[in-house]
Design a binder for this molecule. Structure first.
Ligand SMILES: [Zn+2]
Length: 429
C-alpha cells in the first residue's frame, strides 16, 4: 500500500501489515457548524482506516477538536467557552450522521493544557523558544529544517507567521517566529495558569502535543487539508523535532472543496454546512460524491455534481433490485485503493459488479452497504406490474396507464428497464 507524501513529494510505501499505522488528522476549530469541506478529511481518514484494517493493519486514528483558538474568541467575545462546547457537540452530531463511526481518540485542546505547558517549558529550556511580555514564541532560526515541508524557506513575506496584533509582531525576534503561548487579553473568557502568567496555548503546539500524547513521539501518518501545510504543519514539525521527536513519517494533505470554482471559506461567505448537505442529499449521496474525487485533488460542490452522485447511488440500489449475477473481481478494486487510495477508480470498478455479495463487500468499505438494503415490492404489486407489461405489449395503453396509477397509489413507482423481467418497482420517496 502506498500513499503520496507531501514532505518527500512522492509516493511512499507503508510498512507491511499489521503495521501498526498510527494516524493523526487535524480536526476542526469549533465555532460554527462545520462546512462540507471540513467533512472531507473526516471521511478520508475513516475510509483509509477501514481499508487498512481490512488489509490486516492495526490502526489507531486520532482526530482532535480545536476548542481553544482566536477564531472562537472572535466569534463569541466573552462567551467563547459556551460556543466551543456547543459547536463541539454539533461537530460530533453532524459527522456521526455520516455513518462512518468515530475516531479512536478525539482529544480536545482544553483537556490537554498541562501537557502543552510542559512541552513549551522543554522548548524554552532547550533555547528553542523565548518568553516575551506574557507570550512565548518559537525561535524559528533554531530549526534549520524550517520550510522543508511547505517549500517556504526564505525570510520573505510568505514565510511570516500570521500574527493578529501589531504588539505581538513587535515582541517577535523574527517575523517567522510563532506563538506557543499567548498571554491573556481583556475580553477573553478562558485562560489557564502557566509559568508565564494567565494565558492559553497557540494552535500549532496544541496539535503537536495532542498527536504525541495519544500516538507517541513517532507515528506513521499525519493528515489534514492542504491549506494546513503552512504554517500549521510546518510549525508542528519544527516544535516536535526540536523536542527530539521524529513525529509524523508521512504527510497526507487532501484537496479543498470548491463552490463554483472557489475555495469554500468563511471569509468568502460561500459556505455549505455539512448539516445542510446531509439534510438536502442524505449521507449515501454525499459519500458517493466524496468517492468520486481523488483525495489529493480539489473537488467542486454543485447541485449538478450532487445530482450525479445521487444517480450513481440509485444505480447501485438498482443492482440489488435485480438478480445477483456471478462474475466481477476484487483484485482491481483492491489495487486501486492500495495505489494512493484511488477511490474514483474503486468506484468505477464497483459500477461493473452485479454480484450482490461482492458489491456489498466493496460498498461496506465506505460505509455504503445500506445501498443494498432495497425494499422489495409486495407480491400483488409484482402481479400488477407484470399485467401492465403485458398490456403494453398488446398496445393496450389505457389498461397499462390504469395499472401504473394503481401501483403509484400503493406508494411505488414502476419503471421500464431492458433487463429481465422488463420492469422495476421502486418505492416512492
Ligand atoms: Zn492541527
Amino acid at each position: 500500500m502506498r500513499l503520496y507524501d507531501t514532505a518527500t513529494r512522492q509516493l511512499q510505501e507503508l510498512p507491511p501489515p499489521p503495521g501498526p499505522i498510527r494516524m493523526y488528522f487535524c480536526g476542526p476549530t469549533v465555532y460554527q457548524r462545520i462546512h462540507i469541506g471540513n467533512a472531507r478529511p473526516f471521511v478520508i481518514s475513516h475510509w483509509l482506516k477501514r481499508w487498512l484494517e481490512r488489509s490486516g493493519y492495526e490502526v489507531t486514528l486520532v482526530e482532535n477538536i480545536t476548542d481553544i483558538n482566536d477564531k472562537i474568541y472572535d466569534a463569541a467575545p466573552g462567551d467563547s467557552a459556551r460556543l466551543a462546547a456547543d459547536a463541539s457537540g454539533w461537530y460530533v452530531d453532524d459527522t456521526s450522521d455520516l455513518g462512518l463511526g468515530r475516531p479512536d481518540v478525539e482529544p480536545k485542546a482544553t483537556e490537554s493544557v498541562p501537557a502543552i505547558v510542559q512541552a513549551i517549558e522543554e522548548l524554552l529550556a532547550g533555547g528553542r523558544a523565548y518568553a516575551a511580555g506574557g507570550d512565548v514564541y518559537f525561535r524559528v532560526s533554531s530549526f534549520p529544517d524550517y520550510g522543508r515541508l511547505s517549500g517556504r524557506h526564505g525570510d520573505d513575506e510568505a514565510t511570516r507567521n500570521p500574527s493578529e496584533e501589531e504588539e505581538e509582531e513587535a515582541r517577535k525576534e523574527d517575523p517567522r517566529d510563532f506563538a506557543l503561548w499567548k498571554g491573556h487579553k481583556e475580553g477573553e473568557d478562558t485562560w489557564w495558569e502557566s509559568p508565564w502568567g494567565h494565558g492559553r496555548p497557540g494552535w500549532h503546539i496544541e496539535c503537536s502535543v495532542m498527536a504525541e500524547q495519544h500516538l507517541g513521539p513517532v507515528f506513521e501518518i499525519h493528515g489534514g487539508g492542504i491549506d494546513l501545510v503552512f504554517p500549521h504543519h510546518e510549525n508542528e514539525i519544527a516544535q516536535s523535532r526540536s523536542l527530539g521527536h521524529d513525529f509524523a513519517q508521512l504527510w497526507m494533505h487532501n484537496g479543498m472543496l470548491r463552490l463554483a470554482g472557489e475555495k469554500m471559506s468563511k471569509s468568502l461567505g460561500n459556505i455549505v454546512s455539512l448539516r445542510d448537505a446531509l439534510d438536502e442529499w442524505g449521507r449515501e449521496t454525499l459519500l458517493v460524491y466524496f468517492l468520486g474525487g481523488h483525495w489529493r485533488k480539489p473537488v467542486d460542490y454543485s447541485d449538478e455534481v450532487l445530482q450525479q452522485a445521487a444517480a450513481q447511488a440509485e444505480s447501485f440500489r438498482n443492482v440489488f433490485r435485480g438478480e445477483s449475477e456471478r462474475g466481477g473481481d476484487w483484485e482491481p478494486f483492491a489495487t486501486s485503493l492500495d495505489d494512493d487510495f484511488n477511490t474514483p477508480d474503486a468506484l468505477a470498478v464497483m459500477h461493473g459488479w452485479r454480484d450482490h455479495d461482492l458489491l456489498r463487500r466493496g460498498l461496506e468499505v465506505f460505509g455504503l452497504e445500506s445501498l443494498g438494503d432495497v425494499e422489495l415490492a409486495p407480491a400483488e404489486l409484482e402481479e400488477l406490474a407484470r399485467a401492465r407489461l403485458e398490456a403494453r405489449a398488446q398496445q393496450d395503453f389505457a389498461t397499462s396507464d390504469r395499472l401504473r396509477d394503481e401501483i403509484a397509489e400503493a406508494g411505488w413507482e414502476v419503471r421500464d428497464v431492458d433487463a429481465e423481467p422488463g420492469y422495476q418497482l421502486v418505492p416512492k420517496r
